[in-house]
Structure formats: structure tokens, C-alpha cells
Design a protein around this ligand. Sequence first.
Ligand code: M6R
Length: 613
Amino acid sequence: MCGIVAYIGPKDAYPILINGLYRLEYRGYDSAGIALLHDKKLSVYKTKGKVSELEEHLQGKNISGNIGIAHTRWATHGEPNDINAHPHSSESEDLAIIHNGIIENYLTLKEELMSRGHKFRSFTDTEVLINLIEDIQNNEKVDLPEAVRIALNQVIGAYAIVVISKHDPDILIAARKGSPLVIGLGKDDFYIASDATPIVEFTKNVVYLDDQELAIIRRNKDLKIKTIKNKDKTPYIQKLEMSLNALEKGGFEHFMLKEIYEQPRSIHDSFRGRLNASKGDVRVGGIIDYETKLINAKRIIIVACGTSWHAGLVGEYLIEDLARIPVEVEYASEFRYRNPVIYEDDVVIAISQSGETADTLAAIELARSKGATILGICNVVGSSIARATDAGTYTHAGPEIGVASTKAFTAQVTVLTLIALRLAKIKGTISTSRFFQIIHELEMIPDLIEKTLKVDPVVKEIAGKYKDVRNFLYLGRGYNFPVALEGALKLKEISYIHAEGYPAAEMKHGPIALIDEEMPVVFIAPNKGMYEKVISNIQEVKARKGKVIAVVTEGDTSVKKLADYCIEIPETEELLVPLVATIPLQLLSYHIAVMRNCNVDQPRNLAKSVTVE
Ligand code: M6R
């Protein structure tokens, strides 16, 4: 969702800010803006639309200054337009602010300010905050950091903010609660951003602000951090592991395609150092101290959203199958509000690529208030969820820029497979020979995915046939039911074609009514598990003249006799099929979206990290 980038130092701020905004585009946004301070003049430029439109709008304008703030906005309060875009200036135009998050009590604060004669230009909560800061500064005669601190104590909600003042070209104030903010420490300058992507090319030394912390960033001075309750904190400097290459397309037309093709590598990175097939060893460092808790847990509750929820479903099948521990998988957005029964001996596992999903964070808070142990599986290092959990593990898939999650999903499933195997081993619910069999096969998965990617031309041809249909159905059973859900989600989010995923046997309880000669049905039908039963389901579709696209095991003959199109994937263990079978479904949605001229990496209305509920 919204993105923040800010700079203070000796360099020209504009190129740093505008490139930073381009790097943040992947988060999803609908307007962009920038404020630069030069010669006591605070210039604010903003526009609805893309960063490139902002750049055009700035042609011929004064863009000097070596301090500035910039923002991409994903509309929450007020429609996406030039006025509601950030930065927002205070009434006097002496201050400007950029803000991610939502100020929940903004209406009360606004009414109070209006009753004191303040006027507003926009409908945003953010403008309320900057006017509140200015009001405090004027009435309480305090300096800017103190005014920001006092204002934040009156705010209910979530925020990551950066404030700039016309009267002080040597200071930026940043603060966070619930929305991430990272400060890069350069040689003689500072970079502030909502995630590390705009920073990584300048410095690897970063400080992640904690909730309710305020950073006072002065030119040529050390970074000062305090809590909003005025307690000084020592900045904890960490090293970024991200590389610049990971943030570029590397010759691919889209980030999504690059990320699909990265999967042999990202899966390998997910189990590197954790899986030693020859020694028969699996361990997931981050949760070692919680293994006893896990195997004795009354149940494991997995909370997540979207694709991460689908990975959680695969996790349920894996953990119950191998380690015989009861697992429930919950949509974080439902869990947080439905007054669930949570016991102290429950272990909650939160899964999130971004580590910033608001619903997942709220589900964690609820589980914590009931005394459960909370573990996390996140991709983004240092993210809010990674920090809010008792312990956890990173997926190490590398930065995922395409809004449609691909490599993050397979990395999450890989980590869940490792956890299930480890728990099964220490609980004694798996024989040694079976354990060895599975881990050997898991080690082969990157090679099998490399092989699977060769189906791309076949998938592209199928995409060409079905790119104009209005509906798709995806069906699978057992481990492949979540794969069907994931395939359908991928298609709808980037191609805007309506698609539903179902357990194949559920078809006859309703969706079968949709089948006619227009309806493509994607079956995940490897020669494992309920293969024969899936063949019966395919026959049911063919009997009603539906079109069948089947993902089958190499060398399959039975499904081939029935299906209109087959996509062959290499044979593997039944419980590892999701890792392989997902690949052609990702490619199918990608090619259909490209053929329909959709914006693959930034689909309409979607954001990469959903930081509001
Ligand atoms: O960052 P998270 O994994 O918590 O995000 C959860 C969902 O918003 C996310 O998976 C979403 O469904 C993706 N766009 C799917 O491709």
C-alpha cells in the first residue's frame, strides 16, 4: 500500500526521492507526490496517477533541495485525486507530512481543530495530523519534535510519518506505529522509507523504528530515537541482506515472470542450511526453542490472508498427515473478530509474505491476549509480523515485487514442509525410511521446477485459446485443493477473469451447474492420491461438454484421453506436488493477463502489502 521515501544530506534529494518512488511502485498506489525544501521555500508537488505522471508534472519546475519527502498513496480516506495525494501541508504551509496508515480518531480531532478556526483542503486523516502538529507548535510554543510527539499521543490508529518544516532545513521527524519505517544511515546522510527497497542502493546500515518510536534526524548529527512517551532509545543498527539485482527485472518483461522463474533458486534458498538430505537432518533454526511446545500443542492455528492462507492450507495437510497434530487454518480477517476459542497451549502460526498485513497483525494481537504462543513465517526481514511474534522463521524467497504472490507461496510451502517433517521426526510419527524418502525428494524440487518451467510454451498456447472467456473453474483434491484455490486467485487478480477454486468432489454440490461448452475447468490431476476419483470428476465435466485443462504427471495416459489440453509436470511425492503443480497455473494466469493487456505487476485496486483492514 502507500509508500514513503525521504532524504536529508548533502546530495540532490530529487533523484533519490523519485527513484525511491519508482522502487515503491510495487506496493500499489493511485497518486504520488513530493515536497522539497530549498532556500526557505517548501515546494509541494502531487498528482493523481503514476510516478511517471508526477515526473512529467515536474518538468520545468524547481526541484532543487537536499532535503525532501515523497509518497505514493493508496486511497483510504477520500478518493484518489491531486488534493488528497500526499504530502499534505499544514494550514500555514510551513509544515508538510507524508503518512502511511489510518488515524482512526481523525474526525474527532478535525472537529476540535475546526472549532478553533482551522480550515482543511482535503478529506484526509493525514491533513488533520499535520494541522494538529502545527496547532500544538503554535499554542504550546514547543519545537517540532516535541509538537510531533505530543500530537502522536492524541492519535488513535496506525501511522508511519515523516514531517518536514520550512523553518528548519536541517531536520526531518519520523515516527511509526503499526506501519513500518526504516532509516538508512549513509556516510553523511539519512534515507527514510517504508521498506528498504529505496535505500539498498545507498547503504546497508539501517535502523527499523519500533512501534511508538520517534526519530529526530538532523543533518550532520547522530540519529536520535525516543518513544512517544519521551523515553530515549539507543538506535539498533542492522545490516540489510537485500541486493539491488533482486529489485530489478533482470531481462524479464515483468517482475511476476522473473519471480516465477526464480523459484528453483528461491525454494533452494528456503531450505538451504535447514535440510541435509544425506545426513537425514531437518531443522528450522528460528523455531527450535518452540519444538516441544509445538508437538505438545493442543492444536496449531494458522492465521493468514490470500495466498499465504492457501500456503497455510497446504501446511494443515502436511502437519496433520506427517506429525499428527491438529491444525486449523483461519482467515486472519475473520479470526480477529469472531471471538474464537484460544487456549494457552495453542500455538498460532502467522504466515505473511510482507509481514505487514493488518488483519494478520490483529489476529496475532488477539491470540497473544489469550496467552497463546505465536510463531511467524515471513518473507520480509524485520517486518512488523516478524517482530510481533515470539519466534519464527524467514522464507528467504528474496524481495517479491509483483503484486501477485508466486515465489513467496512456494517458499512458504517449503518452510511448512520442513516444519511438518521436523515435528514428525521428533514426535516419532514418521518412519526413518519414509522420512529419508521425502527429504531426498524435497531436495530435488528445485530441479523438478526447472524442468516444469519448460512447459511455458504449452501453457502460453492454452492461454491464447482461453484468454477471452469470462469464467474459469479450478479443481483439485487433497494436497491439490489449495493449489486449485491458488490457481484461481492468481487468475482473477491479474487478468480480472472470474475464477473459482473448489475441491473437485464438491463440484457436484453446486458448481457443476456452471459447466457448459464455454467453461474451462483446470484440473490438478497428478497420478497420486485420489487420481482415479479425479478422473471421475473430469468425466463429469466432459459429459457436460466443459473444456478440460489438466495438470498431469509426465507420461500420463488416462487423463490425456479425456482432457482438451494437458500440461505435464515431473513426478514427485504426493505431498510435494503443490510445489510443482502451482508453477503452470502461475504461468497460465501470467500469459492470459499479458494477452489481455492487463498491468501484470500492479493489477488494478490491489496493493502488495495490505496494511489497512
Ligand atoms: O503479505 P501477505 O502474505 O500477508 O499478504 C496476504 C495477501 O494480501 C496476499 O497473499 C494477496 O492475496 C496476494 N496478492 C496474492 O497474490
